[in-house]
Design a protein around this ligand. Structure first.
Ligand SMILES: [Fe+2]
Length: 254
């Protein structure tokens, strides 16, 4: 398989270009608007098409590269069902899979950071019939769990979001085998977590043992710790969310 983690240091966002070289089909996960040329250039260099563009959730801290990528490549857009976006896309249900050649990305509903949030469990069928790694979005980060406040509104209070996140992490992600690699959506410098590592990859087993947010023995203790000391909201959060729901650039950028 082909796999590249592409980083944007300005916002400390990690995105992924991955898929099947032999069948020439790639997917992009959590694309950053600043890296659209790079995904396209790298795919071309592999002689592969970008066939799918997925989001783990509607991003609140940076403008997504999804609309531009769809326009340039004709790929299908995939978002978690209930994401509340206003553009054409395929809403992914929990457990539904997207295949790009021999590479499969299975949606694992992991609400909590956002009400509609999926992790993607990736299997390279050319190597094995079991998952190799997980793209965990803002659910499990390297050294923290995602913040529960950015997408909270109405009945989905910050505390309810934190409770949902606890269940997502313990029931859906920490139940995965220790050896699974973890590739999150952010790393140190991001406003989306506290005390994140500057190393943007880990394993389920290492995070289970050493991630400070995952050491609480109960839902109550996890929630108490997560809602305390919430970092400041990202700059232009409302504008960024509005742009990402509409599938366009920031209004101020034309
Ligand atoms: Fe996020």
């Amino acid at each position: 398989m082909y796999f590249r983690q592409l980083l944007n240091d300005e916002t400390a966002c990690a995105s992924y270009l991955l898929g099947c070289k032999s069948k020439g089909r790639l997917a992009v996960v959590d694309p950053h608007v600043e890296l659209v040329d790079e995904y396209v250039t790298r795919a071309e260099a592999q002689g592969a098409e970008i066939a799918a563009v997925l989001e783990t959730h509607v991003q609140a801290d940076h403008v997504s590269g999804l609309p531009a990528l769809i326009e340039r490549t004709g790929a299908t857009a995939y978002l978690p069902e209930g994401a509340g976006v206003d553009f054409e896309h395929h809403p992914l249900a929990d457990g539904e899979a997207v295949e790009v050649g021999n590479t499969e990305l299975e949606a694992i509903a992991t609400p909590g950071h956002a009400g509609a949030h999926h992790a993607y469990l990736v299997t390279d069928h050319a190597r094995a019939e079991e998952p190799w790694f997980a793209l965990t979005g803002d659910a499990v980060l390297v050294g923290d769990a995602g913040r529960p406040d950015l997408h909270a509104h109405g009945d989905e209070t910050v505390e309810e979001m934190a409770r949902a996140l606890y269940r997502s992490i313990t029931e859906r992600l920490l139940s995965l085998p220790d050896h699974l690699l973890v590739y999150p959506a952010h790393y140190a410098g991001s406003v989306c977590g506290r005390g994140l590592s500057g190393h943007p990859a880990s394993t389920i087993g290492f995070e289970r043992r050493h991630n400070g947010a995952l050491q609480h023995g109960s839902e109550e203790a996890f929630v108490d710790a997560l809602v305390r000391d919430i970092p400041p909201a990202p700059d232009h959060q409302a504008e960024i969310l509005a742009a990402n729901r509409a599938g366009r650039a920031l209004a101020s950028q034309g």
